[in-house]
Design a protein around this ligand. Sequence first.
Ligand code: ACM
Ligand code: ZN
Length: 553
Amino acid sequence: MRKLSFFLFIALVIAGTLSANAQHAEYDVIPLPKEVKVDSANVFVLKNGMGVSFDASNEEVYRNVLFFRQWIEETTGITLKLAPGDKKAAIRMSLDYPKAKGEVESDLTEQQKEAYIIKVDKKGIDIIARQPIGLFRAAQTLRKSLPIVKNADKVELLYAEIYDEPRFEYRGVLLDCGRHYFTVEFIKKFLDVMALHGSNQFHWHLTEDQGWRFEVKAYPSLAQKGSVRAETVIGPGNSGIYNGTPYGGYYTQEECREVVRYAAERYINVVPEIDLPGHMQSALHVFPHLGCTGGPYPVRTYWGVSREVLCGGNPETLTFLKTVLGELCDVFPSKYIHIGGDECPKHRWQKCPTCQAKIKELGLKNDGKHTPENQLQSYINREVESFMKERGRAIIGWDEILEGGLSGESIIMSWRGTKGGIAAARQGHRVIMSPNVFSYIDHPQLKDLGKQPRTTDSYIVSASKVYSFEPLIPDSLTKEQQRLILGPQVNLWTEHVAYPQHAFYQLLPRLGASSEVQWCNPDQKNFDYFKKRLPRLKKLYDLLGVNYCKQLE
Ligand code: ACM
Ligand code: ZN
């Protein structure tokens, strides 16, 4: 395998393989493909007007051909011709991936379904996948390989064979739209950027103490009133100074369906989160009878953890949750639904007669490991889980849901370090690893706080820190337990991130770093080499008009 470094480029120009004045492709993109073999003695020249052949009867393939054509034109200015069925076309996209002996389609892993091969030789470019998703991945790799030039009349590609598939099936990015509302237009751009990096799970944090953003038809006032806070605290930390400006916004179900559709075309699943039974103050504002004290509860105007949570003993709490989650399932087809579960203080439950009566009725006792109140939260989780199971969905919860005893098949999202994930995997549960010190990209990325917008600055999460994460925790988990780790996720919380360009600044280039955690095998990872490859990706960020942190630490 050879990487086309600057020195190799010079050598190839001198040897006459690449022309000194022609633009050329470089295949070592971010995230790095599994295998790149380059034959530096030969070059294929991609030119304006060349054809792309494909099977026109397959709509999904056709869609990916259109993406490919659009991206090549955006980056190089080269326009390709659609040439369905033309075997002599210079570029051929097909689903003719070689079958391994005895390969059965139904036994393929999610990662194998995403596999692709790119071959560049004298016949042109072959893009081969098992399924259309692989064509999409291959098209992204070629898009990132090509030079960004406005109007190239040709681009040189060294002969090459690229083979690729992702390491993890779950490659997530969270966007918190509870603390701040982001438009559907922004979310589409966010999804485009995720797809550019090969991420495939958009964790959409839709409800918070500071705002309810999901329309529920059974409760029209929930989003109408629960999405609006009277004002917002100014600055990081709780300064006690408020801006006096009402703030709101929510997504109609129609808009949510549009996000799901847009994401699906880019092979991204939308995992919606309704955070329960804590982080519910915006719902309590609308339905104060669902709280232990009866309220009143304002939609929260400052950050941190609220003591006001849903009453765990009131049967109407479960009716409310099932109505909300039922509608959520109607809108979001995801096989995973996130039910939060984090930061649910038990102060109110300890004193609430309704909660205490329920604890008694259920016979919940302190068993030395779990308090009765934590078990009450587990009871709610179990009720919700079986409701979701009837709808064919699995629940994901933050690692706090371990604290009352874990139910059935719930998936743990480990955020307070990796401890929760390790404990869950040891109990046979599936896990998504999102430990805050490696994955919370709301935190600053540079040591010098003065050089970046102020955010949650209790610790630094530099790009190199993000890059260094190893999700399988090999020192703590057996091979069998490691198989339960579905993959990693980075989280963009937005207490202090209110605007699109700031959101992208927080995201990039750390998503680039995370993409190699998500996609690459550990033996492929090398931060210095990542650093060398990043400038080309940044040019693409520039082309797409998305902001990013210019410095890398
Ligand atoms: C979390 O950061 N509270 C999941
Ligand atoms: Zn209560």
